[in-house]
Structure formats: structure tokens, C-alpha cells
Design a protein around this ligand. Structure first.
Ligand code: NAP
Ligand code: GDD
Length: 323
């Protein structure tokens, strides 16, 4: 039997790298779409690069998406590409809308015209809940996004639902709560903290400047979440699912766990800096993943403490290797 083919947009990102490893373990042929840059950065997929096909394309360019689908005939498309950093969405709101919102329509429209039986996964976000109207949040909770990023993701979610209902596409929206790992970008708060902990431990920096310490998130491990993405596309019918741990922790607790792992006291090093506050904040996120558990049989395997300790250990090990 010939291999199933999966196309991943955003393959060079955190989730793209874990999803690729997962799909290769399931014997897929994986095609990764990357945008053209003057300097190539394949750090997260360098270890598996030989096992995948890399193709150039861009969410801003409709014809590149159509050509790629025509050439590779993917059975499944995972649309992970996005401008994914919330503060940047305030400083570059139009570009964020182009990538993160309209980019979804471009992929869906390419599927509709070229290969309408392709199964489609959209990387939706708990940021869509924003100023939450119920706790915990479920698939049915109304959205109230608090950033241009969140607004763009709401558009991406609804256009996915709309193409499913209008054109009968197998299109799923996965509403994923924050998921992290040692491959997380350094600008996101978990990795910013664990990376700083390693550097403080080795005397390379003394202080860590953060914004709102009271913000609460439902943080899980990225490796668990990519399994959920795949499960959504293996069902008989397309639907939307929420993936979360069902636990919430503050940035302050994150600091406590991370510094403690390295034998440090967080309050000796953390400085609150208003520069890292956002024009509008998402104060509290906590998801109810019971539908995903019931229908997909999905549940996370790594808890908050294990995740943060794993990230601190990885950052310390990386620093030791580089010394
Ligand atoms: P990430 O590490 O920031 O990766 C984003 C990816 O998108 C990168 O590969 C980037 O390529 C690519 N990209 C950006 N603009 C593009 C464009 N115009 N054309 C083609 N590719 C483009 O994000 P992540 O954490 O892996 O998240 C994956 C997806 O899940 C994103 O859509 C994010 O918004 C969503 N999400 C993430 C979380 C989370 O907690 N991680 C939670 C909910 C939803 P370059 O390498 O060229 O920059
Ligand atoms: N990045 C950052 N840097 N965040 C900080 C800092 C800081 O110095 N200090 C406090 N925070 C707070 C932010 O205000 C926010 O409330 C929380 O930490 C988490 O911030 P991020 O790690 O940047 O993640 P996010 O929740 O805004 O967005 C991530 O998760 C979304 C899912 O809910 C991203 O991965 C999005 O792409 C994703 O959709």
C-alpha cells in the first residue's frame, strides 16, 4: 500500500517539528512547506530533514498553495503556519491578519479547487476565548478575543467551519491551549523563564524582566498536542475539538517551579517591567478537554510541573554542551 501523504505548513515551528516526528512514526510521507528566507533556519527539523520533502510556498501566495497541493496530492493538510506571537500582533496587526486569518482561506480555497477530499486541520487557539465568558472553556464557549492575533484566529476558526458546511470539506478546527517544550520560541514566557534560569544558574545573567505575573494559563506539552491533531483527522466525520490539560497556573507559579528546579529563588531575580505588559490581557485560561477524551480517546501525559522541569533540564543541558 502506498504511504499516506501529509502536508504541513509551519513545519519549521515548534508544533511542526513534533508533528513531523509523530507522522513519520506512523509511516506517512511528510511534505513540509517553508517560506523563502535569505537565511535558512531548519534547527527544529534538522534531525529529520532527510526523511521529509521540503517545498517552498507561502500563506500569502495563493498559487504556491495550489501548485503544492496539485503536485503532492496530500491526504491530510495541517495548517500550522501563522504569525503566532501575541505582542507582535499588536505591532503588526495587518500582517498578522494576512497570515493568520486570510492565510487559512487561501489554504481552504486551494483544497476546494484542487483536491477537495483532502482532510484539513486548522491550528485554532485558546486566545480566541480571551476575556473568558465561562470557566472552564469548552468548544461551545463564545469567543471574546483580546488581541489582533486572537481576532485573526477567530476568523480562521469560522472560515474552517464555513468551508466544511458550505463545500462539505473534511475540515477540523483544533482549539489548542498553550503547549510548550524545549523547542518553544524564546519569546514565549515558559521558555523565556526556563532559558533565563539556566543562564542565571551559570552566572551568564542576573535578572529576568517579565510582565504580568498574575496571568494564568493552561500549559501542556507540545508532544501530547500533536497526537490530538492527528486523531481529529482520523475520525469518520469532521468536527472541532478543544485540547487542554484542565489545570491552570500563573506566571508566578511558573517562575517558582522553574527557579526551584535549579536550586534558585525566583524573587531574587525576577523584575516586573511594564514594557512586557500587553494593551489588553487574557487573564485566565483553563480548558475542559472532555470531548477530546470521550471522542478521540486523547489525554495529555505530561503535567505542568514535569513540563517546566523538563524544559529547565533541557536548557541547562544545552548550556553545558555549548560551554
Ligand atoms: P511557531 O513556532 O511560531 O511556528 C510558526 C510557523 O509558521 C513557522 O514554521 C513559520 O515559519 C511559519 N510561518 C509563519 N508565517 C508564514 C507564512 N506567511 N507562510 C508560511 N509559513 C509561515 O508556532 P507553534 O507554536 O508551532 O504553533 C503552531 C500553530 O498553532 C500556529 O498557528 C499557532 O498560532 C497555533 N497555536 C499554537 C499554540 C501553542 O501554544 N504553541 C496554541 C494554540 C494555537 P518560519 O520558520 O519561516 O518563521
Ligand atoms: N511572552 C511573554 N513575555 N509573556 C509574558 C511575560 C513576558 O515577559 N510576562 C508575563 N507574560 C504573560 C503574558 O502577558 C501572557 O498572559 C502569558 O504570560 C503567556 O504569554 P505567552 O507565553 O507569550 O503566550 P500567549 O498565551 O500569549 O500565546 C501563546 O498561546 C496561545 C494559546 O493560548 C501562543 O503560542 C499563541 O500562538 C497561542 O495561540
Amino acid at each position: 500500500m502506498s504511504k499516506r501523504i501529509a502536508l504541513i505548513t509551519g513545519i519549521t515551528g515548534q508544533d511542526g517539528s513534533y508533528l513531523t516526528e509523530f507522522l513519520l512514526s506512523k509511516d506517512y510521507r511528510v511534505v513540509g512547506m517553508v517560506r523563502r528566507t535569505s537565511t535558512v533556519n531548519f534547527d527544529r527539523i534538522a534531525h529529520i530533514q532527510e526523511a521529509i520533502d521540503i517545498v517552498q510556498g507561502d500563506l500569502l501566495d495563493q498559487s504556491s498553495l495550489m501548485d503544492i497541493i496539485r503536485e503532492y496530492q496530500p491526504d491530510e493538510i495541517y495548517n500550522l503556519a501563522a504569525q503566532s506571537f501575541v505582542p507582535t500582533s499588536f505591532s503588526q496587526p495587518v500582517l498578522t491578519g494576512e497570515f493568520t486569518a486570510l492565510g487559512v482561506t487561501r489554504v481552504l480555497d486551494a483544497i476546494r479547487h484542487v483536491k477537495p477530499d483532502t482532510r484539513f486541520y486548522q491550528a485554532s487557539s485558546s486566545e480566541m476565548f480571551g476575556k473568558v465568558v465561562e470557566v472552564p472553556q469548552r468548544e461551545t464557549t463564545p469567543f471574546h478575543p483580546r488581541s489582533p492575533y486572537g481576532v485573526a484566529k477567530v476568523y480562521g476558526h469560522w472560515i474552517t467551519v464555513n468551508y466544511r458546511e458550505s463545500y462539505n470539506l473534511f475540515a477540523c478546527s483544533g482549539i489548542l491551549f498553550n503547549h510548550e517544550s524545549e523547542r518553544r520560541g524564546l519569546e514565549f514566557v515558559t521558555h523565556k523563564v526556563t532559558h533565563a534560569v539556566a543562564r542565571i544558574k551559570y552566572g551568564l545573567q542576573r535578572e529576568l524582566r517579565l510582565g504580568n505575573l498574575e496571568a494564568r494559563r493552561d500549559w501542556g506539552f507540545a508532544g501530547d498536542y500533536v497526537r490530538g491533531m492527528w486523531l481529529m483527522l482520523q475520525q469518520d466525520k469532521p468536527d472541532d475539538y478543544l485540547l487542554a490539560t484542565g489545570e491552570t497556573h500563573s506566571v508566578r507559579e511558573l517562575c517558582e517551579v522553574a527557579f526551584q528546579r535549579a536550586g534558585l529563588n525566583w524573587s531574587d531575580h525576577v523584575i516586573v517591567d511594564s514594557k512586557h505588559y500587553r494593551p489588553a490581557e487574557v487573564d485566565l485560561l483553563i480548558g475542559d478537554p472532555s470531548k477530546a477524551k470521550r471522542v478521540l480517546g486523547w489525554q495529555p501525559e505530561v503535567n505542568f510541573q514535569q513540563l517546566i522541569e523538563m524544559m529547565v533540564d533541557a536548557d541547562i543541558a544545552a548550556l553545558q554542551r555549548s560551554k
